[in-house]
Design a protein around this ligand. Structure first.
Ligand code: ADP
Length: 490
């Protein structure tokens, strides 16, 4: 099949969270299954064109597209060679993507022209298919930012323009980010104003909601774990107002668990680590642990676990459950390696905790891919007390690196982690989003830590867990076939 992926993120070019890893790994898994996969992402200002081998797409002239009231110049680029298994196309539009940042500027402020950025991305992707005369079987849109492509395909290009049936699949990576804008934004999208007022596709409580429109307009919709699919239809805390819209899609809405890319995330050949290791020999993990402590200025404490946290510093990730416990746990000899950026208040709180316990708590407030790898490798426990978690990749990476995840039973965490107290346990699971429940769970982890043989058994099971992409890629193929059939009908 000819699959066009549309995403704001793709590792390693533009990564904010798990979406970037998913787009790269899923595309590779599909290409390995002989599909022609082409990914379209914006050419962000931070990208180093020489280093990333990004070249203008020679055949195509510079172009101009209308976005709202503005005419915007754009140019297509390509990463790699035309023979690359996954082809990456980048949309250059200096006025919209010329600065640094994917969704927000360096101060963390969301871009005010987010809708124009998304509108350009969607238009450019469809135009590209036409210019390349590439018959698209499926448009695979990732998250709200990519939804305009689905809407434009339906509205402007219905039955013409885009070669091929171009059925559409929307994958929701996080329901909390719906791309809600004032209704005037409809002009930026260039769609009829009636679509922004009740009962129009985009109307949502007097505003414009891309996610809602995408759920209604896509031929198939999925999210990234079976548990999150259920949660989002059943509970407003998870569905964020989309419960009924999702329920209305019936069998057309489903959950497919993300996979981990074990080519990138393999402690046996991870170049970011000071020493390799694998399930047969964990001595390299001890080296990683010692070096991580040294790197972060932590004082080794005999006999207590080192807890890692890597993630976006947002309420969702539950770091605010962890921070109040740090003092007590640090006094008991636990150590903490925390890496993350995001909410300025959470960053300040983490920085304060690190200043108060400099030997026991380290906080690094940057985005650092290599350090993230070293934290997964050097830690004993990985903390993921998320309030909700569509899938989560970090717990899968931790398992592979022999680090026991401590997770809340929600979404993809519930689908991947089994408590050590149960058969086939690979980590620690708790239910209530409270400091007490998390503390009790860490105490259970501490008790298991006292029994190295039992700890090693759980670690071993975790390292052998297989969350590779093969099975999930086959499930996506099934959805693509259904979307293509639906696309043929339009
Ligand atoms: P989400 O998609 O909600 O952010 P996931 O667990 O699916 O959560 O994926 C998060 C990904 O982002 C992981 O690969 C994690 O290592 C990475 N990550 C998050 N914050 C940072 C950071 N500050 N530095 C390096 N990697 C990070």
């Amino acid at each position: 099949m000819n699959i066009m992926m549309i995403s704001a993120e793709m590792a390693p070019f533009a990564k904010v969270g798990g979406l970037a890893d998913v787009v790269t790994a899923l595309s590779a898994a599909l290409a390995a299954r002989k599909h022609d996969v082409r990914v379209v992402i914006p050419l962000y200002g931070h990208l180093d064109r020489d280093r990333e081998k990004i070249r203008p797409l020679g055949k195509l002239p510079p172009l101009t597209l209308r976005v709202g009231q503005q005419m915007q110049d754009l140019r297509f680029h390509m990463r790699g060679s035309p023979r690359s298994r996954v082809k990456v196309y980048l949309v250059e539009c200096q006025a919209l993507y010329g600065t640094e940042g994917v969704y927000s500027d360096e101060k963390g402020e969301a871009f005010p022209d987010a809708l124009a950025r998304a509108a350009m991305h969607g238009q450019a992707a469809l135009l590209l298919a036409r210019l390349l005369d590439w018959p698209v079987d499926v448009i695979h849109a990732h998250d709200a930012e990519a939804i305009p492509a689905i809407l434009f395909r339906r509205h402007w290009y219905a039955g013409r323009g885009v070669p091929g049936p171009a059925g559409s699949l929307l994958t929701i990576h996080n329901m909390a980010h719906q791309a809600i804008h004032p209704t005037a934004g409809i002009d930026t999208l260039g769609l009829p104003r009636s679509m922004a007022s009740y009962p129009g596709l985009l109307e949502f409580h007097g505003e414009l909601n891309l996610m809602k429109a995408g759920i209604l307009a896509a031929d198939r919709v999925n999210t990234v774990s079976p548990a999150y699919a259920k949660e989002t239809t059943a509970d407003p805390d998870f569905g964020c107002g989309m419960e009924e819209t999702l329920t209305g899609r019936g069998e057309s809405y489903s959950g497919i668990l993300n996979g981990a890319d074990y080519d990138t995330w393999d402690p046996r050949r991870d170049k970011a680590l000071p020493a390799p290791f694998g399930p047969a020999d964990l001595s390299g993990k001890d080296v990683c642990r010692k070096e991580l402590m040294k790197e972060l200025g932590l004082k080794p404490e005999d006999g207590k676990p080192l807890c890692g946290f890597v993630g976006r510093l947002v309420h969702q990730k539950g770091l605010d459950l962890v921070l109040p416990l740090l003092g007590r746990l640090a006094e008991d000899g636990f150590t903490f390696a925390i890496l993350g950026t995001g909410d300025k208040k959470l960053e300040a709180a983490a920085r304060k905790a690190a200043a108060r316990h400099p030997d026991k708590v380290a906080f690094v407030g940057t985005f650092d891919e290599d350090l993230a790898h070293r934290i997964y490798a050097g830690s004993d426990l990985f903390l993921m007390p998320s309030l909700f978690e569509p899938c989560g990749l970090s717990q899968m990476y931790s398992l592979r690196y022999g680090t026991l995840p401590v997770v809340r039973r929600t979404g993809g965490l519930a689908d991947t982690i089994i408590d050590a107290g149960r058969k086939n346990g690979n980590g620690f699971v708790f239910d209530e989003a409270t400091g007490e429940d998390l503390m009790a769970t860490l105490r259970r982890a501490e008790a298991l830590w006292e029994d190295p043989k039992a700890w090693r058994e759980v670690q071993d099971r975790g390292m052998k867990c297989d969350f590779s992409w093969g099975r999930s890629a086959a499930r996506y193929e099934k959805l693509y076939r259904a979307a293509r059939r639906a696309g043929k009908g339009t």
